[in-house]
Design a protein around this ligand. Structure first.
Ligand SMILES: NC(=O)c1ccc[n+]([C@@H]2O[C@H](COP(=O)([O-])OP(=O)(O)OC[C@H]3O[C@@H](n4cnc5c(N)ncnc54)[C@H](O)[C@@H]3O)[C@@H](O)[C@H]2O)c1
Length: 323
């Protein structure tokens, strides 16, 4: 029986991951944890946690006999640029704390499997941008991307040096309708749906031809759980796996939306986020994840657009993580 701790559980990914893990393992076996107040989702167990408090996290792990930790707490690309030292501290020491707890538990014969997400932000301007390979040049330019690349190296180090069973995915931009996005460069692909649904013109902070890799939340959650459930011998990459969903530009997304909402209009007003997007891949080669643990994306652009439009009922600014 698995006992699972999700840190950053109130966030865009954490809130949906907790639901999926609860459905799989039962509410009593999933502990949602976040620095914020308890969220409204149907969790049975909630713990207020600061991932930077190693002793506090270790205490929760021990108390609940936790066997898996998903460490999602981070500052993302845009918010990270506003507070680089805070981003470095949270993103690096949050991960390091969990890896250290896993190392100590492993030595005590109580193995702890760890999931930690990297990002396409770990790539940089000299990375091949189309069908970016699993192993390639990585020269990130944001503090967020630098922390993700360093985190990948830490994961591999803790696996090879201490045998910590840590697993990771380089998430593309994640699109979802249940929770607000957490301050990333790909957030336009969520905000656009809220504008479209309200009948408003959308002013896009990226230019029309800015292709980026994206993934719809159900595919992202499935990838995460499939990787964590894979036999250890199949997980051959211990830094972080490329996982592709789909790739599109703002123009292509807007065109697809106008198939369903013909009056929808988009204008383009690129801001500082354009430079970040321009340093990231346009599409990813995820053939290694496919070969190692049979990853395959299921949701394409048309399915994504139809599902987003069908499900967005609440204006973005009224979506409240704590509601
Ligand atoms: N959302 C994406 O598109 C995307 C893409 C690539 C990678 N990722 C990665 O996935 C992870 C989760 O992303 P998200 O979009 O859900 O982020 P989010 O900002 O929506 O959620 C992060 C959560 O962490 C919590 N948190 C912050 N500081 C904390 C602390 N000290 N202790 C405990 N909890 C704390 C916040 O309260 C928040 O609920 C991050 O590591 C992020 O880098 C996300």
């Amino acid at each position: 029986m698995e006992r699972i701790l999700v840190i950053g559980a109130n966030g865009q990914i954490g809130s949906e991951l907790v639901d999926a893990l609860t459905a799989q393992h039962g509410a009593e076996n999933v502990i949602a944890a976040d620095i914020g107040p308890r969220s409204g989702f149907g969790v049975k167990r909630y713990e207020p946690i600061d991932v930077l408090d190693r002793k506090g996290v270790a205490h929760i792990v021990e108390t609940y006999h936790v066997t898996q930790v998903y460490q999602l707490a981070a500052l993302l690309s845009v918010t990270g640029e506003q507070a680089p030292l805070k981003a470095w501290d949270l993103n690096m020491n949050g991960l390091l704390n969990i890896l250290e707890i896993a190392r100590e538990r492993g030595q005590a014969g109580k193995p702890l499997r760890v999931f930690w997400p990297s990002s396409i932000a770990a790539f940089g301007p000299n990375t091949p941008r189309v069908a970016t390979p699993q192993t390639t040049v990585m020269d990130p330019t944001t503090i967020y991307g630098i922390s993700k690349l360093a985190g990948e190296r830490l994961c591999e180090y803790y696996f090879s040096k201490f045998g910590v069973d840590v697993r990771s995915i380089r998430y593309p931009g994640i699109i979802s309708y249940k929770s607000p996005p957490g301050g990333g460069t790909t957030d336009y692909a969520i905000a656009i749906f809220h504008a479209a649904q309200r009948g408003q013109r959308y002013s896009c902070f990226l230019g029309p031809e800015t292709g980026l890799p994206m993934i719809y939340m159900p595919d992202a959650i499935r990838a995460t759980i499939e990787l964590m459930d894979a036999p250890a011998a199949k997980v051959k990459v211990r830094s972080s796996y490329n996982v592709a969903g789909l790739s599109f530009t703002p123009r292509e997304l807007a065109q697809q939306i106008t198939r369903y909402l013909p009056d929808f209009e988009i204008v383009y007003a690129p801001d500082s986020r354009q430079a970040i997007a321009d340093s990231w891949p346009q599409s990813l080669d995820d053939s290694i994840a496919a070969a190692d643990w049979s990853w395959q994306a299921r949701i394409g652009l048309d399915d994504l657009v139809r599902d987003m439009l069908a499900n967005i009922k609440v204006p973005l600014e009224l979506l409240n993580r704590a509601a």
